[in-house]
Design a protein around this ligand. Structure first.
Ligand SMILES: Cc1cc2nc3c(=O)[nH]c(=O)nc-3n(C[C@H](O)[C@H](O)[C@H](O)COP(=O)(O)OP(=O)(O)OC[C@H]3O[C@@H](n4cnc5c(N)ncnc54)[C@H](O)[C@@H]3O)c2cc1C
Ligand SMILES: Cc1cc2nc3c(=O)[nH]c(=O)nc-3n(C[C@H](O)[C@H](O)[C@H](O)COP(=O)(O)O)c2cc1C
Length: 617
């Protein structure tokens, strides 16, 4: 087996130390290497803890000198994938700092669980992803808090805000878990947890108000009962401002569509479009790995169907008379997804007994199953209500949400353009064609010259390695290929050929579905891409997916990992990402001759080192 190549800035290691480390690496097995890395990590942590303690002591001094109100220090933690929890954490941090608190705010990913022992107040905001899972970057924290070594938290008071989507079976599961686990570990809840649906502004705003009020009460009590000094954690850095751009989710930029082309060939079972928009004049900037947020519009045929079923014209005025019902249904509300909120509201209006079993008090699995077979319009048609007040109807709906699309271009190359790769969601329910709101709008309605409101959603968890020599393995199925096009455009613009790059791409048929085929071939020819492995599932007798190709190439994949490669996975979260995970574990076990447990540990360490990165949906 090759020994690992150590790419290390010289300033960190002297020549002599580097030689010693390389010599040691040559003699060790992967199991030994894992043990050694753990040993050194532990050693470094204990050293850092000592120097941090010194730093914290000096910051405590300065706080005590300047902050005589003795307000407690608060620790805000957020777990996020698509930025919403981060936005709220940033907002909460600003509010509480304005109130005079010493606030630290960090991504759960950067927070070591043992630090909980030092915190007195923790305010946690976390979303839920996958099927009721914590956000990808928060998984290590969740595993640690679930484990036997989780710290006793009897000294701690906490509050949890959950972000989720009521249309998922396991609603806000991650937040519910943290709440339960903190309580099991002895922590006391400051205020009741709030679980927010996708239009979270109001509910989250109330939670923020609640927590601010509760903290005021606590301080009043603390000030009158005892004058205990509350220590600063020394983590009072300003929250990183990543939203320096003028346009964002709430103030999107009207981007002109430059190009919209269907890139799956004739006869394909899928409709995938390549869409180019102009960001000229917006000042918006993005990096490879970021996503484009798109504000969608409902299809007018869907609005017509709803109005007909309600027996309304759409000309009725709503929202303080500023809009017609039709406009509101087109632009403001989710008029398709069936949620417990809508069923409860419709039960109230229709009194239909059959809807009782789907009320929030009933078993969620039943509702979830019913919602997967019906849209809002199906319920209105089946359980009609005569002479409905439009405002009463709107109360049951939630706000239409932006959709994210991985950016498939590099701004270094294309300056004022952003490209996306959109798969049109199409299916049938009750013998009628249905389609996804945004993907239909993008693929079938928008034409060059028209505009679409957009913003940039940063994704710091899906970045190219800083060291351009680090090998990268990019795994993607379907539209999961999009960010890799951005990666390679970026490398082409900077003429980076030194890294070793390997693409695993999967789709249904070679002839119709090899997305951006000529570009990959050109990058292979020109040396920006070194290797490509393709899996077209419907071309042969047996279904072959990217995970099968990975296993076939297991020996080399493992060699690349041992050489320090970063692995990227993008695309389907439900199946592909899980199967790739299993394939990687098999490879590590077989090629590294490790037990299943060691292989798990190996992959976990890759994640912790940010060498195993996922952007899955
Ligand atoms: C970080 C991130 C990056 C992404 N990047 C991309 C990308 O590069 N390209 C891309 O195409 N997408 C991407 N997506 C997904 C994208 O954001 C949208 O979710 C997707 O386009 C569907 O949105 P829609 O509005 O068209 O569909 P919606 O109106 O949201 O409808 C989708 C819903 O339709 C229902 N549905 C679908 N099929 C069926 C069926 N057979 N039977 C019953 N119900 C069904 C399901 O409830 C599903 O949730 C990304 C998502 C994230 C979070
Ligand atoms: C791929 C995917 C899976 C999701 N799974 C769940 C889920 O299982 N349960 C839930 O309540 N919400 C789920 N959500 C909704 C998110 O939690 C919600 O959009 C939240 O606002 C995201 O917050 P964040 O940007 O901080 O990650 C999912 C969202 C995506 C994109």
């Amino acid at each position: 087996m090759d020994s690992p190549v150590i790419n290390m800035p010289e300033i960190i290691l002297s020549d002599e130390t580097l030689k010693q480390v390389e010599a040691l690496a040559k003699q060790t097995t992967p199991d030994e290497a894992l043990w050694i890395s753990g040993y050194f990590a532990g050693w470094a942590r204990s050293k850092l803890a000592t120097s941090n303690a010194t730093r914290h002591a000096s910051s405590l001094e300065s706080v005590n000198n300047t902050n005589d109100s003795e307000k407690p220090s608060l620790c805000i933690l957020y777990g996020t994938e698509t930025g919403n929890s981060f936005d709220l954490a940033e907002k909460l941090t600003a509010i509480l700092r304005d109130e005079g608190y010493v606030v630290s705010c960090s991504d759960i990913d950067d927070f070591k669980i043992q630090r909980l022992k030092k915190e007195k107040y923790v305010l946690m905001i976390t979303s839920t992803h996958g099927d009721g899972d914590p956000p990808e970057t928060a998984k290590t924290f969740f595993e640690a808090i679930a484990g036997r070594k989780a710290p006793n938290l009897e000294h701690l008071q906490y509050a949890v805000l959950g972000l989720g989507d009521l249309s998922y079976e396991y609603f806000c599961e991650a937040a519910k878990y943290i709440d339960k686990r903190f309580s099991e570990l002895g922590a006391k809840s400051l205020i009741e947890r709030v679980d927010c649906d996708v239009d979270y502004d109001e509910a989250a705003g109330k939670w923020i108000e609640g927590i601010t009020l509760k903290l005021k009460e606590l301080i009043a009590t603390e000030e009158t009962t005892n004058k205990t000094t509350i220590y600063n954690t020394g983590q009072n850095e300003p929250v990183e401002d990543v939203s320096t751009q003028e346009f964002d989710k709430r103030h999107p930029f009207e981007a002109e569509v430059i190009e919209s082309i269907k890139i799956t060939g004739n006869g394909s079972t899928k409709h995938i479009s390549h869409i180019e928009v102009s960001l000229e004049g917006s000042g918006l900037s993005y990096l490879p790995g970021d996503a484009l947020g798109v504000i969608p519009v409902n299809a007018s045929s869907n609005v017509d169907d709803i109005l007909t079923a309600l027996n309304l014209t759409g000309e009725e005025h709503v929202n303080d008379d500023s809009k017609t019902l039709r406009e509101s249904l087109l632009y403001d509300y989710d008029i398709t997804t069936l949620t417990s909120r809508f069923l409860e509201a419709w039960y109230g209006l229709s009194k239909a007994e059959s809807l009782k079993e789907f009320l929030p008090t009933q078993e969620r699995a039943l509702l979830f199953e019913y919602a997967s077979r019906n849209h809002i319009v199906d319920v209105i048609q089946k359980y009609p209500v005569s002479s409905i007040d439009p405002l009463e109807f709107l109360k049951g709906l939630r706000k239409l949400q932006p959709r994210l699309y991985s950016i498939a271009s590099s701004q270094d190359m294309l300056v004022d353009e952003a490209h996306i790769t959109v798969s049109k969601v199409e299916y049938q329910l009750h013998q009628r064609d249905r389609h996804g709101v945004a993907s239909f709008h993008l693929c079938s309605q928008l034409e060059p010259g028209q505009t679409v409101p957009v913003y940039i959603q940063k994704n710091n968890n899906f970045r190219l390695p800083e060291d351009t020599k680090t090998p990268i393995i990019m795994i993607g199925a379907g539209t999961g290929i999009a960010p890799y096009r951005a990666f390679l455009q970026h490398r082409e613009t900077s003429d980076i050929k030194s890294g070793t790059t390997w693409l695993f791409f999967g789709e249904r048929n070679f002839r119709t579905d090899f997305l951006y085929q000529t570009e990959w071939q050109r990058w292979l020819r020109d040396g920006y891409l070194d290797r490509i492995s393709l899996a077209f599932s419907r071309d042969g007798k047996e279904k072959v997916y990217v995970q099968h190709r990975l296993i076939e190439e297991g020996k080399d994949v493992f060699k690349w990992l041992e050489k320090g490669a970063c692995i990227y996975v993008c695309g389907d979260a439900s199946y592909m990402a899980k199967d790739v995970d299993k394939a990687l574990l098999t490879i590590i076990q077989n090629e590294g001759q490790m037990s299943a447990e060691r292989a798990n540990e190996y992959l976990k360490i890759l994640s912790q080192q940010k060498r195993y990165r996922k952007d899955v949906y």
